[in-house]
Design a protein around this ligand. Structure first.
Ligand code: HSE
Length: 318
């Protein structure tokens, strides 16, 4: 923890993220571009943290600091910095859908700690900010999984070695990798989609799964796109959660047929992600997946992005 000059007002951005990456339930994730949240933190004379406004959530997120992931993460940070009495006002701009499986709560809590940290003179390094955001995630989903928050904070691909305390490793991102996201317009709460998971896993499935996690990581480090594709299989979580997503099987086959390296559920769903090696392919994959949802009259959003290797950042200050 160090101390530098502080600002009066700081705006930060944290990106949307794809957690699990198929085989790596709760341990793998990566960040994408454009979608994400902005949080502005301003110094105020009145002690304590207040959330002044939230936009882009249709009035659904709590303004009470202690019930909001961004608020909770900021409380944890100021407490650790010994500045709990400081007056801070937060403005949250959500620039991504809620309950979509794209790490919406993580984006808010990460943007919040990045903004507040800068506001008070950056006493904490990026890595030191992680536990505060995990606190926010605990409030949102009832579990302290760090995959979305770590990917949003650091960018690129990450591996969560342990969650509490968070021990996170940044992985390599192959240059050509592109991601297609399709977000069917239904909502799935992470809390609920965790409840339906089986608590026991057969040894056979576990062996397959950790084989895939290991080979996916080798694929990332060797730019071996074929190996990445062969590793994007989830024997444990996808078969259960995919039942909540209309057209899942058909969308996945459409993506693979259109040239995707692999395709699975993004985080806890309902969004799906597919990886490919060019923007043209990524767009084509998106259209093919979209045709499936057109056929069942389900609205959706499509998004194509390279992997965001920068992660959260301060985007403005006064
Ligand atoms: N790893 C978490 C899960 C991410 O799959 O439940 C939630 O977005």
């Amino acid at each position: 923890m160090k101390n530098e000059t502080s600002q009066k007002k700081v705006r930060a951005f944290a990106p949307a993220t794809v957690a699990n990456v198929g085989c790596g339930f709760d341990v793998l994730g990566f960040a994408i571009h454009e979608l994400g949240d902005f949080v502005t933190a301003s110094l105020s004379e009145k002690p304590g943290i207040r959330i002044i406004s939230i936009s882009g959530d249709d009035g659904r997120l709590p303004l009470e600091t202690e019930k909001n992931t961004a608020g909770l993460a900021a409380i944890a940070l100021l407490k650790e910095a010994g500045k709990s009495d400081l007056g801070v006002e937060l403005t949250i701009e959500k620039n991504m859908p809620l309950g979509s499986g794209l790490g919406s709560s993580a984006a808010s809590s990460v943007a919040s700690v990045v903004a507040v940290n800068h506001l008070i003179g950056s006493p904490f390094s990026k890595s030191e900010l992680l536990p505060f955001s995990v606190d926010g995630e605990l409030a949102a989903s009832g579990t302290a999984h760090a995959d979305n928050v770590a990917a949003a904070l650091f960018g690129g691909f990450i591996l969560v070695k342990t969650h509490l305390p968070p021990d996170v490793l940044s992985l390599q991102t192959p240059e050509k990798l592109h991601c297609t996201i399709i977000h069917p317009k239904i909502e799935i709460q992470t809390k609920n989609s965790r409840k339906i998971l089986k608590k026991q896993v057969s040894l056979e499935k576990a062996v397959t799964q950790w084989g895939n996690v290991g080979s996916l990581i080798v694929g990332l480090y060797t730019d071996d796109y074929d190996l990445i594709g062969r590793s994007l299989h989830d024997e444990i979580i996808e078969p259960v959660r995919s039942m909540l997503i209309p057209g899942f099987k058909e969308m996945k086959s459409a993506a693979l047929k259109a040239g995707a390296l692999g395709c699975s559920i993004s985080g806890s769903g309902p969004s799906l992600f597919a990886l490919s090696t060019s923007e043209i392919l990524a767009q084509k994959i998106g259209s093919s997946m979209g045709s499936v949802l057109d056929g069942i009259d389900l609205e959706y959003d499509l998004h194509v992005s390279k992997v965001n290797t920068e992660g959260a950042a301060v985007v403005g200050e006064l």
